[in-house]
Ligand binder design. Structure first.
Ligand SMILES: CCCCCCCCCCCCCC(=O)SCCNC(=O)CCNC(=O)[C@H](O)C(C)(C)COP(=O)(O)OP(=O)(O)OC[C@H]1O[C@@H](n2cnc3c(N)ncnc32)[C@H](O)[C@@H]1OP(=O)(O)O
Length: 217
């Protein structure tokens, strides 16, 4: 989370395009990035000497301010799903979601998708390693984007996750996804998380079924 998302597409094959949101200089992007810093700093700070009493008071003040300006949840849900909003609030790529890394996923000319990221403290499972559920989250979403890129998408019906070796925190990781086949409404998609050296830490096989949940209106 301390590593700002690389929006340049550097390291991606020529002709790759971002499929998820890229950070803008909008107040909401900056406020959400600041909230991510707070989440990480709270985990890292010296418990005894950081005056957490005052921190709690100030953070509650900010939360109250935001709540006072929140429309009805139903209205916000409609707004969330409009336009580019589709990729701005999810818990993986959402630049308006402070719990998202955020990951930027690129569509590659060969039909697959890829994102690169460094995962840090808030997502720790075993010491120094990415939590297995977080790896599954990253891959489920990346497979969903791979389906979008391939032109036929659906809801996750099954996600078979294999953990090959611990996934390191604080090191660059590559998240890959590719649609393999479509059989009627059934879509099969695979993906993996690799280290910079290309070692596979986690691989997944997903079954998606072409079914849409209506967007709130
Ligand atoms: C490019 C732009 C970028 C965009 C970014 C945004 C990307 C967003 C990415 C978001 C990514 C996040 C993704 C998420 O988080 S999706 C959220 C997590 N998933 C769910 O909540 C899904 C909940 N389940 C359902 O809604 C339905 O049960 C589904 C959709 C799964 C099936 O639906 P439905 O009930 O209508 O299906 P059917 O009964 O007519 O069966 C149809 C066929 O499928 C076969 N079958 C069914 N279920 C299973 C199963 N579990 N295993 C094996 N097979 C199964 C079935 O045998 C039959 O096969 P056949 O008899 O025809 O051979």
């Amino acid at each position: 989370m301390t590593t700002p998302a690389d929006t340049s597409g550097a390291g991606m094959p020529a002709g790759s395009v971002p499929l998820t949101s890229v950070p803008q200089d909008a107040p909401v992007d900056r406020a959400t990035a600041a909230a991510r810093r707070v989440v990480e700093a709270l985990l890292l700070t010296d418990r005894a000497n950081a005056n957490l009493e005052r921190v709690a008071e100030e953070l509650n003040g900010i939360a109250e301010h935001l709540e006072q300006h929140a429309p009805a949840v139903r209205d916000r849900m409609v707004d969330m799903w409009g336009g580019e909003g589709v990729t701005r609030h999810d818990p993986v790529t959402g630049l308006e979601n402070a719990i998202a890394l955020p990951l930027i996923v690129y569509g590659l000319p060969d039909g697959s998708v890829r994102g690169e990221t460094t995962v840090t403290i808030p997502y720790q499972g075993p010491p120094g390693c990415v939590h297995g559920g977080v790896s599954a989250l990253l891959l489920d979403h990346t497979l969903g984007v791979a389906n979008m890129w391939a032109g036929r998408d659906g809801m996750t019906a099954q996600l078979n996750v294999r953990y090959h070796r611990p996934t390191p925190l604080f090191e660059p990781l590559q998240i890959n996804g590719r649609q393999e086949s479509v059989d009627g409404r059934k879509i099969r998609t695979t993906g993996d998380i690799r280290t910079a050296e290309g070692e596979v830490c986690v691989s997944v096989e997903g079954l998606f079924v072409d079914k849409k949940v209506p967007r709130p209106r």
